[in-house]
Unconditional design. Structure first.
Length: 78
């Protein structure tokens, strides 16, 4: 189920991290997820009962895809 927030609310919500970037509905791998994703740092914030939980302690860190790519690069170079 996709996040259904008022468009005006979604316009003013921002990531609580120092960069304060806008948030977009859904997760990178699941656009229908009940979460909001920071457009800058990639943190994923849950939406519980229609209420965004914009606490850094509750956020999921960005995908580790970049780390896997780095590991593969170093493995190929060895």
């Amino acid at each position: 189920m996709a996040v259904t927030l008022d468009a005006q609310l979604l316009e003013i919500l921002a990531c609580p991290a120092p960069d304060h970037a806008p948030l977009r509905p859904g997760a990178p791998g699941d656009p229908e997820a009940d979460v909001l994703t920071c457009t800058s740092c990639g943190r994923v914030f849950p939406v519980r009962d229609g209420i965004p939980v914009l606490l850094l302690d509750e956020a999921t860190p960005p995908d580790d895809g970049e780390r896997e790519t780095d590991d593969q690069t170093s493995s190929d170079g060895a």
